[in-house]
Design a protein around this ligand. Structure first.
Ligand code: CA
Length: 229
């Protein structure tokens, strides 16, 4: 899951980036509205965290411009307590949610999770597959014996993304877009390397083929026969 943080206060910006990265999200950050808008145009973000009082383009203008281009882009507004009217205007302009500063990081993370889940038809924080379950809240994968599968954050993110798009073929390009940070080297972080490590770890617990390689088009996890699981 890839997030864009547009926030001009350096301490808050770096705390958000560090905290969310630690939780396994890919984060890009912008310190002013113009830079943020540029990044939002070029990249495909699962969620944008948007401060309203920004140098350059202000947050509400930025939101309006994003909405003109993309009705489905998820945006979470971060605003000062005093900015009540701005917040209402933001929601009117199509922000998906807002948080009032100062906020607790745990609450922010819960909102982020909830907004990201809304992108998919996935309302449960736990996704079951084969003999495993992936918990999006604690970002861990367990076997049915409650053993933790020891995945790296990147392997977890790949698996989570594939599971949230279960049944669909996910291309390598789409994985790069959503799971890789723009500053990562694609050579040292080749998808194939992470994918093969991830498969090996799952294969240690299950002999079923879980991630199917669709030659030339990408990767897919089969939909469960029992779809409500
Ligand atoms: Ca600000």
């Amino acid at each position: 899951m890839r997030l864009l943080i547009i926030e001009d206060e350096p301490d808050l910006r770096s705390a958000l980036c560090a905290g969310l990265t630690k939780k396994g999200y890919i984060t890009d950050a912008a310190a002013d509205g113009n830079e943020g808008y540029e990044l939002a145009l070029v990249n495909n973000y699962d969620l944008i965290l948007l401060d309203l009082n920004l140098p350059g383009m202000d947050g509400l203008t930025l939101l309006k411009k994003i909405r003109e281009k993309d009705l489905l882009q998820k945006v979470l507004i971060l605003s000062a307590r005093s900015a009540y009217e701005q917040r209402i205007e933001g929601l009117d302009l199509g922000a998906n949610d807002y948080l009032v500063k100062p906020f607790d990081f745990g609450e922010l993370e819960a909102r982020v999770r909830s907004l990201l889940r809304r992108s998919f038809t996935q309302y449960n924080t736990v996704i079951h597959f084969d003999r495993f379950r992936l918990d999006t809240r604690v970002r861990l994968v367990y076997t049915d014996d409650n053993e933790v599968v020891n995945l790296t954050p990147k392997e977890f993110s790949i698996l989570e993304y594939l599971l949230l798009n279960r049944g669909n073929v996910v291309s390598a390009g789409e994985l790069i877009e959503h799971v890789w940070a723009s500053d990562d080297s694609l050579f040292s972080n080749s998808i194939k390397v992470h994918m093969s490590a991830l498969r090996k770890k799952l294969a240690a617990y299950s002999s079923n083929e879980i991630i199917i390689n669709m030659r030339g088009s990408g990767y897919r996890i089969k939909k469960p026969d029992n779809d409500h699981l």
